[in-house]
Structure formats: C-alpha cells, structure tokens
Write a new protein. Sequence first.
Length: 416
Amino acid sequence: MPNTDRSFASVFYDADCRFCVNTARRFERVLARRRIELVPLQVPGASAEFGIPDDQLLAEMRLRLRDGRVFGGAAAFVEIARHIWWAWPLWALSRLPGAMRPMHATYRWIARRRSCANGVCKVDAGLGLWPLGFLPLLILPVAALLVRSWMPRWGFMWAMAFALYAGCKWLTYREARVRGAASDRARVLGYLLAWPGMDATAFLGRTDRSAGPHTSEWIAAALKTLLGATLIWVVARTAVPVNPLLAGWIGMVGLIFVLHFGTFHLLSLGWRTIGVNAMPVMQNPLRSSSLAEFWGRRWNTAFHELATRFTFRPLQPTVGRAGATLLVFLVSGLIHELVISIPAHGGYGLPTGYFVLQGLGVAGERTRLGRRIGLGRGWPGWLFTVVVAAAPAFWLFPPLFVRNVILPMLAFIGAT
C-alpha cells in the first residue's frame, strides 16, 4: 500500500470516476505541498487495508493519516480542510454541534448522483460545482462569524450579507462556466463586481443592443434613488426625536429604495445600454396579485433565481412542489437569521417564522378554497398579498434589530 515516509497522509479516491479524477487532479498540487499523496482505491490490497468489502470500497473517498487513523466521506473532506489555510474555516464549522450531519448528507447526495456505466461515472453540471463552486459559500460566512467581535453590530450585518452574497455570486458563475457560458474577462468581472443579479448565464450571454432602455426608465430609477436618500437623510433624521423606532424603520425603507429600487436599477440600465442581459432585480412588486407572483417574479428576482436553481429544482423530485416551496422559504428564513438575528443578538426565530408564513400563504393560494375565494388573482389576491407580506414585517425586522443595528448604522452615516 502506498504511503511513503515523506507523506503526512494519503487520500484514496475512485480512479474510475471522471468527477473524482478531475477533482483529484485539481487539488493535486495543493495536497502535495502539504505532503498528502493521492492514491486510487483500486490499488491491490485496499479492501483488506480498510477492512471493507470490495462492493463497498468505492462508496466514498478515504483519508489515512500517518498515525493510522482513517476518515471516510465528509469526515475525510473536513480533515483535509483542517490542513489548508483557506479551507480551515470549513473544518472549524464542522466542529459546531450538529454541523457534520448536513455535511454527511451533502456528501451522500453527491455520491448517489454518480451514474456509473462501463467504469466511468457521469456527473451532471450540479455535481461539477463541487467543491470549488460551493467552498466560498461555506467559508466566507464562517470567516464573518469569526471576526464579528471586532466590528460593530451593523458592520457585522454587512460583513455577513457580503459573505453570503459573494459566495452565491461565485456559485452562480461557476455553474455558468460548467454549463459552457462565455468567459470574456471584462464581462466576468462586471458580473462578479458590478451586478447584483444571480443569472450568470444570461449576463454572460451574447450582446444585444437592439432594445436599449427608454429615457423614462432612467428618470424613474433616479427618482427612486433620490426618494431613498431623502427618507434616510431627511425624514429619518426628523423622526428620531419623536420615535427612534419609527426613524429606524424609515431608514431601512430608504436603504431598500437606494439600493434595490434605485442603484441596482441604474446598474441594470447601464448594462442594458451596452447590450448586456441584466434585468432589474425589482419588478414592480406592488403590482403583484398573489404571494407567488410577489416572491417569485417581482421581489428580489436575484434571490428567486438562486433559490430556484439550487434549492427548489433539486428538492422538487423528492418532496414535491409544495414541499420544495416551503423548504425554499425555510432556507430564506435561516439566511435572514444570519443577517438579522445574529447581529441583533436576539429575535431568533422571528425571520424564519416570517418566511415560513409566506410559504404557507403561497400554499394557501393554491388550495381549492384559496382559488374559490379569489386568492392569486384580482384585488382579493392583491389584498391578501399585502396583508401577508407586510403585516408581519416586524417579525422580519424586529424592534431589537432596529435598536441594536439600524439606528447605530444610521448614526454612523450621519442620517440621525
């Protein structure tokens, strides 16, 4: 069995699996610098060495350390991460109570989707994203958590939001590259650094200058940006002496207008002017006649695009449309816990409760009773959407978050 005296450890992989071989080659130099050698599981004696029957030997990768300890599957992966400085946060995350369970599940999910025929494993584009596609999304939020004590709460909020955003941007870019999207350097940098949307395939696609934006759209985007700035630096400041919580809410609404409705729209107009497919992330949400339309096609379409590709579609065959929809909203709630509850040091569970309620509302629209009373269309659907989405908004942004995060941020930027 290979394992020279100079080697710190040996990674055993399936040499008949295209995905496994490509991954091994990709990390060969990184592992070699840490004295970790790559060894095919097909070498003579591997089954006896690990005490595993031949028909189970290729089920997962193995890591054998020089001291004789052996790790398999996800445990092997995180143990390797422990010895690589840029992957170390993944190992730190695995030490948290219960963290290994989803890691094992993810590893098994990938392993089950290897379709082997004639000794070669064919892996779909989703599996081709692992691990480089998903690694930043795992590492960056952990890094933000590790440094949160060194910054104000509002600073940590932005650090966590940026970590999640950057990880998702990289994931969507890698998916587009795996599927063969164009790789023009300037366009790639524009997508990663100067566009908030998550449809990399569309953004990196062919240029089309035939239908540029109208002047009225530029005016509308500029006015929305101006409205947001007025809410932040004029209205919120005026409201502070009267009701600080109200001032914080006004400041949040202003920030949404400045970014999502204003600046992001202006970016969309700029890209579309030069022929790039970059549609606005906000699509007139107040026109929604159903919750499904509000969350699916009008409010923050960037997140919807992301959730559809990486949560809804993979889960739908297993749990059905309704189950996958509820899980998408649950994931959205957990993400907001990271950006809202943790920085606020309280209100845990409220953002998740808000999004679970939205998921139940969407499911209710699709029931026989919901259709009978007109939910999902016309003014009844519009009214139902407004009530369900807006009335419990204090769950999403509770007073504790406003006091501990938003008001200090507004004071820092000179808005209060």
